[in-house]
Design a protein around this ligand. Structure first.
Ligand SMILES: O=c1[nH]c(=O)c2nc[nH]c2[nH]1
Length: 456
């Protein structure tokens, strides 16, 4: 019997220095590699300068016009994965962050999200947002949409048009006590039915889109849902084996709501309704207890750490090093617009800074030994790991690293600062983490497809 041999065609070869997380604490930096990308958008091989066929592969790519050689101050990194974005809140980025969470939601956020009944408005905002996130080096995003499906479908189409991998949720919020009349699901049943309809719409969209989009079961959070919608959504998650996203233990007010209304922690409520699975991503978690973390670990639930947003609404600092040490899945999220910045670089920096304050403590009236906590601060390398490998593991994606058989989700980044003397790749890596902005992200590839380019 003849065995079929799949013929792999290399469509692009990128030559240059690479930086990819190897472990939470180590970044593998290489001075010169060839990253060979195949026609299905996967990295087929990574070739070192010392490998026998380095020159031959480079020559062949050059002759066939497939070689991209990075400029002398450019570096190839994996694209970032943003685990928490509220797409409809993009026009509000940076607005009213001094208000408490419940007031911010009622006064600014829900009224903005209600505007997405206007599909034309949705189209304009989502086109801009998806382009902006890609321009910042973000290749995969876990999005909260809004209540209204026509707008959510526009978000999915914007991802397809811009070549971004989107995980997108129709937001379910049917509790009349905690949601405004003009912006809520009419009933628990309609919240569940509309979620199922959105799953089918995404399936249809995927039949013609090269980069697949994924529908996500999205109960907004315990306060805005009724037990009936939580139950129905848990059943849908099981029926379709889909990812789930929500907010969990995100602030004193929200934490208190579950305790007062259910006499349970919100993690327990979500778990009871089948919403904590190994495909669940829970945003914030600043107030998770050890028992909650044990549940997350047992179920395989991931935390979307949103360090900028947590400064405003979190009421505490998430002990990232504790989660890493306990091997609870964790990645990074910008939380537009609870977080004002669409840049994962900025969130890496804030994650490091918040962790240092958690370790040191903040009250100068206390003696040093009483002031802080025992959770070690995290490093820029830890932050980079969360933004790449952590996100990929949370979404079960083979991406986030520059490795054979991984998706070619990549960003070309220019070193933001001049070098005045010889610097190690490790030093350059740290300077990129601390200084890079959108202007330094020169090209972005998602599944091998060019999604951003800039000529300067
Ligand atoms: O930061 C947040 N942004 C939101 O939109 C939201 N909804 C519930 N809880 C939330 N937290």
């Amino acid at each position: 019997m003849k065995t079929e041999v799949a013929i792999i065609t290399i469509t692009k070869v990128i030559e240059g220095p690479t930086m990819t997380a190897a472990t939470p604490d180590e970044v593998d930096c290489q001075q010169r590699q060839l990253v060979c990308i195949d026609d299905s958008g996967y990295i087929e091989r990574v070739i070192n300068e010392s490998d026998d066929d380095f020159s031959a592969v480079k020559r062949d790519a050059e002759q066939n016009d497939r070689l991209l050689t990075l400029k002398s101050n450019e570096y190839l990194l994996p694209g970032f994965i943003d685990l928490h974005v509220h797409a409809p809140q993009w026009p509000n980025a940076g607005v009213a962050l001094d208000r408490p969470l419940n007031e911010w939601l009622d006064t600014y956020t829900f009224p903005m999200e209600a505007k997405y009944k206007d599909v034309g408005f949705a189209k304009r905002v989502y086109d801009d947002l998806v382009g902006e996130l890609l321009a910042n080096g973000t290749t995969t995003v876990l999005y909260f949409g809004s209540v209204d499906n026509p707008a959510n479908l526009e978000l999915a189409k914007a991802c397809v048009n811009h070549n971004q991998r989107g995980f997108i949720g129709k937001v379910a919020m049917d509790n009349p006590d905690q949601t405004p009349e003009n912006y809520r699901d009419a009933s628990a049943q309609s919240a569940v039915d509309d979620t199922e309809r959105f799953i089918q719409q995404i399936d249809r969209l995927n039949q013609t889109s090269p980069i697949k989009q994924t529908a996500v079961i999205t109960p907004r959070f315990v306060p805005s849902c009724t037990p009936e919608s939580l139950k129905g959504l848990g059943e849908l998650a099981k029926k379709y084996d889909l990812p789930v996203q929500s907010h969990c233990s995100e602030s004193d007010w929200e934490n208190g709501y579950a305790l007062e209304h259910y006499h349970k922690r919100d993690a327990e409520v979500l778990d009871e309704y089948g919403l904590l699975t190994d495909k669940s991503v829970m945003a914030h978690g600043t107030l998770l207890t050890q028992a909650d973390l044990d549940t997350f670990k047992a179920r395989g639930v991931a935390v979307a750490h949103c360090p900028i947003s947590n400064v405003y609404f979190g009421n505490a600092v998430l002990p990232v090093s504790k989660l890493l040490q306990q091997q609870v899945k964790i990645g990074l999220g910008t939380d537009i617009s609870g977080g004002y910045s669409p840049s994962i670089y900025q969130n890496i920096r804030q994650a490091v800074m918040s962790s240092r304050m958690l370790n040191d403590g903040v009250n100068s009236e206390l003696a040093p030994a009483q002031r802080g906590t025992n959770y070690p601060p995290i490093s820029a390398k830890n932050g980079f790991y969360l933004a790449t490998v952590g996100g990929a593991k949370s979404l079960h994606l083979k991406t986030g690293q520059i490795k054979a058989r991984y998706l070619a989700d990549l960003q070309v980044v220019k070193s933001p600062l001049k070098s005045f003397e010889d610097e190690s790749l490790d030093q350059i890596f740290e300077k990129i983490m601390y200084h890079a902005s959108k202007a330094d992200v020169k090209q972005v590839f998602v599944q091998g497809r060019l999604a951003k380019t800039s000529n300067n």
